[in-house]
Every structure is written in structure tokens, then in C-alpha cells.
Unconditional design. Sequence first.
Length: 224
Amino acid sequence: MNPLRQRIVLLGPPASGKGTQADRLSSTFGIPHVSTGALLRTECARGTLLGREADAWTCKGLLVPDELAVRIVAAWMKENGPRFLFDGFPRTVTQAEHLDKALRDLEAPLDLVILLELPDEEIRRRILERISCLACGATFSASLHGHAAGDPCPRCGAALVRRNDDTAEAIEERLRVYRESTLPVVGYYQKTAPSIFHRIDAGEGSDAIFAKLSELLEDNKDEG
Ligand code: AMP
């Protein structure tokens, strides 16, 4: 499968499954999965200046400054070109405006914006259960999959961890930040790109969500 148009933004609160779905879509459709959170964690693990700067915000559940998020995405696009499945970007209206401008300059408009919706209670439950692999980006539910921090990742073998922002305190901050800064991005796309905007209930099973997303990507191919 090789959709003609391959610029997709996945929006949604923390733990709505953006990363998991983006990974699956990326393998199936061959579109690069770009998680700004993962890019920032890599910088942080490498101990770069950008990583240290970002960690001061991320560990508290706060967004890094727009300038930093835009910079890391611009660097990624310069290296990889305008084919992407963004997970966690844009997270503010300013970032969305920057993305629009960059894509206008490249004459490469967005093809799809998809919002994964999930109630706060379910977000809290999922985050407190979440065990992550920072090496390959896989995530697991402690109770569902029986993995704990320190176990080897079943996918790549690196040690699983609890992310330092997957804490009860940071969740509340991340939910507040989502409502304040990222929900306006939903309004932005509803207004500026209603024909490519879609909502999906992220409380359904992972396979059902994947099927719906795949349908949107395939529809997109037919239109292209
Ligand atoms: P995520 O892995 O998407 O949950 O992101 C983890 C953290 O990285 C967020 O809580 C923010 O601190 C930071 N982050 C990721 N993407 C962005 C972005 N587009 N703008 C600002 N901060 C971001």
C-alpha cells in the first residue's frame, strides 16, 4: 500500500493511543512516524543541550516552548522531507500555524487531521498502568501485558521504564495543558481544514481503531 498523500496529523490527549496507532500505520503504509515527545526524549537521553532544556519542561508535564518544538520538527523535515505521521505535534495553535506555513512553502498541504478522543478517567488509568520502551517507543499496560519497569522490551530487548512524566502529579498538569493549549488546535483545524478533519473514539479496541484509521488513509489514497 502506498497512499499518494502522506501528511497526517494525529491529535489526542496523552495515552489516547496516538503512538501505538502511528507505529502500526507507519509499518502498514510506509509513512514515517514522528513523535516529538520521542525526539525530545532521545535528545534528553543523549544529554544534548536541547535535551536538557526540554527535560526541564517535560518532566513537569509542561509543553516545551513552541520555538523548541518547531525547531526539532523543522530539522526532522529538512532531513526526511514532507511525508509524516505526526504524533504529538502540533500541540499549540502557534505550532499549527508554523506547520501550515512550512507546508505552504513546500506546496505540500496536509492530507488528514485525526482526533483520538478519550475521557479523562480512562487517560489517568492508562497512564498509571503504562510501561514504556524509550528505545523503540513501544508501550505496554502493566496489568494487561504483565510487564514491569526493568523487564526487557519484548520488541527490542532494551530495558522497559516508567516515563518520568507518567506520574499522578504530572498527569493532572498534562491534562490541564491539553485542555488549555491543544484543544484549541482541534478548533483551528475544524475551522481551517474541515474537509480533512476526523474524530475517532479512542476507547474502542486497538484493532477497531486501526481499521478506522486505515480506512481514512485508504480513502485518502482513492481521492488523491
Ligand atoms: P508525548 O510523548 O507526546 O506524551 O510528549 C511528552 C512530552 O514532550 C510532553 O508532555 C511535552 O512536555 C513534550 N512535547 C512533546 N511534543 C511537544 C510539542 N509539540 N510541543 C511542546 N511540547 C512537546
